[in-house]
Design a protein around this ligand. Structure first.
Ligand code: HEC
Ligand code: CU
Length: 262
């Protein structure tokens, strides 16, 4: 009995010394020097009334642009800012047409390291990435539902789970891509489906075109989701049965629309 207790105590001690921790957000340290990395993208988020800055740790942008992918040790920091709003709560825009940032609300971070993520099953695992979130002053925030980070980034598996990989890679489609794209029956413009209610014909494809900088994809209740659509990309859905269908964007659940199939 005594021997076992000592063995356990030694084991716990050894784990503490070698820094072995379980999978989860606590693996990631607050990247206090994120400003020394590369600011590779900024995003206006009308749905959450935020302005976001996306930083990559030094060397990451260079590696991705050289075709070597996201290296082990990469840290991506997303800084969430509140924005200035008019008295109706509509975000104001600066001379550059962009939201005007006010205060830092949070830092969300993803970090990739060789061997990380091995504890997770395929329904959760995002390669070798872990996710964490920190307060404006850099304290760990235990409150977010960390499973939701994995769920929302999982559809980006082909992009190494990085939603903004096209920006990181310097390959973001420009405005002419949208102009050249086949017109959608539903256009995604400024985080809205337009029109939000559409009538479709059974057996005939319905096309969705993303004109936004942000990626979106379509989730119709009870049906497989579409691919992630970058700017200028279209998805096509065909309904065989007449009826009413509700859908949302899988990345921005506040984006909603309905389809009436006749
Ligand atoms: C509702 C879907 C959703 C959830 C949940 C989500 N993300 Fe994201 N994440 C996105 C989108 C979309 C972007 C692209 C930037 C943007 O539009 O704000 C992004 C971008 C990021 C980025 C910048 C790198 C990249 O992938 O483009 C980081 C870092 C990040 N998220 C961390 C997190 C963390 C940490 C959590 C969990 C606390 C989380 N995310 C939860 C949708 C989500
Ligand atoms: Cu969306």
């Amino acid at each position: 009995m005594k021997k076992t207790a000592i063995a356990i105590a030694v084991g716990v001690l050894a784990a503490g010394i070698t820094g072995i921790t379980v999978a989860g957000p606590e693996k990631i340290k607050y990247p206090s020097d994120y400003l020394k990395g590369t600011l590779y993208a900024t995003v206006d988020r009308p749905d959450t009334k935020q302005y976001r800055e996306l930083y990559a740790s030094p060397g990451v942008v260079e590696s991705v642009r050289a075709g070597k992918g996201v290296p082990s040790g990469a840290v991506l920091t997303l800084v969430q800012w509140s924005v200035q709003q008019d008295d109706k709560g509509v975000p104001l825009k600066g001379p550059d047409g962009r939201f005007i940032k006010k205060d830092i609300l949070a830092h969300t971070v993803m970090e990739k390291r060789t061997g990380w993520g091995a504890e997770y099953g395929p329904e959760k695992r995002n390669g070798e990435w872990e996710y964490s979130a920190f307060t404006p002053t850099g304290e760990f925030n235990p409150k977010p539902n960390y499973d939701s980070c994995f769920q929302c980034h999982l559809p980006h598996a082909k992009l190494d789970f990085v939603t903004s990989l096209a920006k990181l890679a310097g390959k973001f489609p420009d405005a002419s891509t949208v102009a050249k794209a086949p017109k959608g029956d539903v256009q995604i413009v400024g985080f809205q489906f337009m029109p939000a209610k559409i009538v479709a014909t059974a057996g005939k494809p319905l096309k969705f075109l993303n004109t936004d900088d942000s990626p979106h994809f379509i989730v119709v209740t009870g049906r497989p989701k579409t691919e992630v659509l970058l700017r200028g990309q279209t998805a096509s859905l065909t309904f065989d049965k007449a009826g009413g269908y509700n859908y949302i964007c899988g990345l921005h659940p506040s984006m909603k629309g309905t389809i009436e199939v006749k």
